[in-house]
Design a protein around this ligand. Structure first.
Ligand SMILES: [Ca+2]
Ligand SMILES: [Ca+2]
Ligand SMILES: [Ca+2]
Length: 297
């Protein structure tokens, strides 16, 4: 038979117990700390929730920070691209202004008669220049033909040239008629000098090409292998810079910004063999403009 517990022992554990010893009231603490035993798991959960909250906040802030960093980097790259694009556009505009064609252009004929040849042209080394009697057999021929004849030795025979001093903007081609004497007539090397240091003088070293030059030398080699007359249009853009690093390495024969423009032209006799005769005729050399639309038709 189970005896009922004393009333005193039925007090909730969470309630402090009172004992009476010799008139002294003693308040006993519960055998177990009810708040601690019951509240501890609750506090842990709260702490865990709090920690998770801080972790989530930290992670969120980190994600936001990373996103902002990536966005800033992207913006910086876009800004750099825009700056570079603006620079490129400005350079293109400057170059377009500098090299803008000047349409329309009438053909510009070189001084090419026996009379002005004596005054305005020079020739050198083993090249004989002879004006031939007029023999206009083709409609495209001009009235004067100059025969170039010489001996190639060591791939070279001599040359001739004239001062031009012209603004060649707008001209697209060098046009000339060439009479060949079959294969082995020789190679006509055409040299153009444009004034890059703006002194109206051809500052090129003929003895040592490319050394100490201040102006561009642009060249085109025309091998003459045919028999009879041939009309030729050489694109000026087909000329290549023969002295890289000297001048500005650009075909800019303009007098617009103080330059002397296209200063001079030389024709140099070369051989396809080290030793051979050189023989051809030149007729009606001139600069012309061929419009792009016209050349496509
Ligand atoms: Ca010069
Ligand atoms: Ca050059
Ligand atoms: Ca140049």
């Amino acid at each position: 038979m189970t005896l009922p517990l004393p009333v005193e022992t039925q007090v909730s554990r969470s309630t402090p117990q009172k004992s009476f010893y010799k008139g002294i009231v003693v308040i006993e603490s519960p055998t177990k700390a009810p708040d601690a035993s019951v509240g501890e798991p609750i506090n842990l959960k709260q702490n865990q929730k709090s920690s998770r909250g801080w972790l989530l906040l930290f992670m969120s802030l980190s994600v936001v920070l990373i996103a902002l960093t990536l966005y800033a980097a992207q913006m910086y790259q876009n800004l750099q691209r825009q700056i570079q694009a603006t620079r490129d556009q400005l350079q293109q505009q400057q170059r377009a202004q500098q090299f803008a064609p000047v349409p329309p252009r009438e053909a510009w004929a070189l001084p090419f008669t026996p009379e002005n040849f004596k005054k305005q042209w020079w020739h050198f080394d083993r090249l004989n220049c002879t004006w031939l009697p007029e023999a206009v057999s083709e409609t495209f021929l001009g009235p004067h033909s100059l025969e170039l004849r010489g001996q190639i030795q060591g791939w070279y025979g001599g040359g001739l040239g004239t001062y031009l001093g012209m603004d060649a903007r707008g001209y697209t081609h060098l046009s000339l008629n060439v009479f060949g004497y079959g294969p082995g007539s020789g190679i006509l090397k055409i040299e153009l000098v444009d004034d890059d240091n703006k002194n109206y003088r051809a500052d090129v070293n003929a003895q040592k090409p490319g050394t100490g030059d201040q102006d561009d030398v642009l060249t085109y080699a025309l091998p003459v292998t045919w028999q009879g007359w041939k009309h030729i249009n050489i694109p000026l853009l087909a000329f290549s810079d023969a002295n890289p690093g000297a001048g500005d390495d650009l075909w800019n024969p303009s007098q617009w910004l103080g330059s002397g423009g296209l200063l001079q032209m030389q024709w140099i006799a070369l051989g396809s063999q080290a030793t051979q005769p050189f023989h051809m005729q030149i007729n009606k050399p001139r600069f012309i403009q061929i419009k792009e639309n016209a050349s496509k038709k």
